[in-house]
Write a protein that binds this ligand. Sequence first.
Ligand code: PMP
Length: 384
Amino acid sequence: MTPLLMIPGPVELSPAVRASLEIRPAAHTAPAFIRTFGEALRDLRTVFQAGADHQPFVVAGSGTLAMEMAATNVVGPGDRALVIETGYFSARMAEILRRRGVVVTVLAAEPGHAPSPAEVVAALDAAPNAVFVTHVDTSTGVRVDLAGIAAAVRPSGALLVVDGVCSVAGEAAGQTALGIDVLLTASQKALSLPPGLAIVVASPRALAARARLTAPPPLTVDFDQWLPVHRAYEEGRPSYFATPATGLVATLAVGLAELVAEGVDAAIGRHVRAARAIRAGFDVLGLRGVPVDAGLAANTLSALWLPPGVGPDLPARLADRGVVVAGGLHPAIRPRYFRIGHLGWVTSQPEALARTVRALGDALEAAGYPCDPHRAEAAVRSAD
Ligand code: PMP
């Protein structure tokens, strides 16, 4: 049986997206490719729920490159940044900022917790130029109260940069409505595409912040270098700064067209329902999530404590049963938990969710933990 990929990215692909991988890579100046790229950029505004004055950037790279692009274009050496830390990926953002010479204040939460908007308000005393937050930290499965944090930051005038790698298209994160200045993601998560594209959408305030920088960002991620190229693609003209991943951009266009046809809110609703269904199975198995309350648990993945007597070899036991899940990532708790992604196309496949819970129950039983895999599987199937 083909293994089922249930890590929090890369993810399983829809049949149409998989078929698009057969498209021969085009010249980056080919008229058909320019049209495709332009459509993808317009669709990105729809998916990010960003206004026409927001600029999407698509560059070859992973989510970390998108983080680097976001960070280095809005703040420079000597600027101040507040990083709201909910796990491994927020800590990475703090490191990117320190390497840029930015003075970083960290507002950290214990694994499984998230700072409240009131705590964010207090931390704004450090008068940051920009606030950085990870919407869903994939190392803990914690989703912050993004609307609350955005409202807390807004009166300060600081720029708001959101790592939406594990949230965009899976969690409500309307960019314009929340006043997010930079929202970033990567292709291999809830957009349900292969890895390889870093995606950043910048507000007019973010573009103005780049224009004010005295120390420019690294050339490869500089908004100023990419802006004329992206504008040209939307206007149907050839342009060049660095070769785009033409094959992946064609795939991006197919995936985004599917999402736009479905509707962004419907896609988010699909993730909500999938999370509810798979967690009905986890509950029957008696598993507890790392997020300390249900409101903090992301729709896109579950971070689950290993039950008593079960070791960190549980993902290997699941792989033997044809389901690929992820181990722990947060350094403070790494050997004590594991992670299951439920994001992207697979959220429309109830059979895959049921198969995951069944394999999980069987693996737990084989590891000596008493549970009822059959009843857990049935709970997933009967969830509404
Ligand atoms: N931010 C978050 C929230 C992530 O989940 C990830 C990847 N899991 C990244 C950033 C980094 O993305 P990449 O691994 O593609 O560089």
